[in-house]
Structures are given as structure tokens and as C-alpha cells.
Design a protein. Sequence first.
Length: 323
Amino acid sequence: MTSLKLFLGFFLQFIFLLSVVNAQGLTVGFYSQTCPQAEAIVKNVTAQVMSVAPSLGAPLMRMHFHDCFVRGCDGSVLLNSSTNQAEKDAAPNLSLRGFQVIDRVKSALENACPGVVSCADILALVARDVVVALDGPSWEVETGRRDGSVSNITEALTNLLPPGSNITQLISGFQQKGLSVKDLVVLSGGHTVGTSHCSAFTNRLYNFTGNGDTDPSLDPNYIARLKIKCPQGDQNTLVEMDPGSFRTFDEDYFTLVNKRRGLFQSDAALLNNNETRAYVISQLSNSSSTFFTDFGVSMVNMGRVGVLTGTAGEIRKVCALVN
């Protein structure tokens, strides 16, 4: 048993180191010679979309998260399947929107620089640009990812952390991707924008332990308001994750969490760990908040997870299809 544990320990270290080595193939300005206008094209198309459909900002940011947590940041979330067995067909991904935006960006890039810019890099760049469009921070995006050719519904179900996750599950899930506890709490701050279907949190309102009760970690006054928006049995109504500023990227998320008004159990869970709770409290004052800077750092960290670089993978001509 001891030998087995040692082997597994060395194996996991090897996988993590391999991921780090792969990530070294990423660099800021990767396309400066092969497609110098690449980032400008992505920014321009994204800005056009956001000017008429700002509600797509949060789903497009989430798309990058959901891509990186399954098989790494390889664009696999974009692939179609004739049998509905791809990542995008998994329940956690059914609420993703904006695939047509990625296609539009890819088409513009293919017209300018055929076969050069990967779909995985497009996801990373669009995620940054929609955050900026929502008045959030900017950061230097490392590029050089190549696209994978496998997209599996089961892997999405296994790797995407559900909104009902507790703090132990969240920390473990992030650590398995080589991400820190700080990355967890910072990236959770992405819930400052966007909406959620009632189905993602309705158990907290009506049947938390199976006895028709409510979640004691959720503010009772907030429960009353949510019950008005989400009557029992309502699965489809959309609720703002950051009421009043769900289209503005700001620090308000941490104030909501501290007031026990985080919409998901995974939000409330951030108060159940000393490190994550301390970070939440440290962001309550806008004047001393480090969230904008930290978010850029953690997005770069996440963008390095399981990447394909060099000669691995391919550069897809169409993001939904393997070449």
C-alpha cells in the first residue's frame, strides 16, 4: 500500500510538472510575427458584439473556465458531436452561450491569417476582452495554445465543479488543475457578472436537506426575495448573480458573499475556509481591493492548465470541427 501511495504521488507530480513544461510554450505576443493584428481583430469583433449584446459577456468568460477545467485549455468545449456526446452537451455546459461569437472571431482571423490562431487562444483572448468591456480589469494574455481533437461529455461531468460544491471539493478540484486556494477565491469573483437559472440553487430555498428546509448559510431576507423570483418548481427563470450590477465587473461579489447572499453553495463555501474567508473580507473596501489585479493573475494561471503547445494538437479551421 505504501509503495502504491508513493507511486501515485510521483505520478501526480510528473503530470503537474508536465503541465508546467507545456505551459512554458505560451508567451505574450505569440502571434506578433505570424499574425500581428490577431489581438486587435479579437478585440474589435468582441467590442462590436458587446455593444449590442452585453449579456453575452459572462457566458463567454465562463466558456474559457469550462474549457480549461476539462482536458485543459484546448478549445475542446467548442467541438460539436453528431451524437450529442461532446463537452458542450453536458448539463453544466447547456447554459453556455456565445458560440456564434467565437465563430465570428475565428472567421475574421482566418480571413486575415489562415490557419494561424487557435480556437483555444481565441477563448482566452475573448474572456479578457469581455471582462474589459464590462468595466473590469485588463491583463496580458499568454498565447500559443493549440487545439485538441477530443471532446467528451463524461469528462465534462467529472471535471466541472457543480454550484453545490463545498469548500473541500472546491479546493481539491482547483488543486487537481494546479491552481491555488487563492486562485479559487479570486476566480469565484467572476460571479460578479452574469445570471443563473433557478435550477442551480433552488434546493437552497425549498429542500436543502430533503426535508423541505432552507439553507441556513443563506441570508433569510435574501431567501424571501429569491422565492419571489423562483417559485417552487421553476427551473428556467434567470436571476442576477450580482443584483443591480450583473453587467458590471466589480468587487461587489465579495460584499454579497460576506452578507451570506452568494447565490450558490459554492459561493457561501468561501466563508468556510480561513484563507478564502480572509480574502473575501480583504476585498470589502474598494479603496484597498486587490481583486482586479488578482483576477488577471489567476486568469493567466488558469489559462496555463493542460495546454497543448509546439507540435501537439492542431490549429482548427473551424472551431466546432476537427480538421
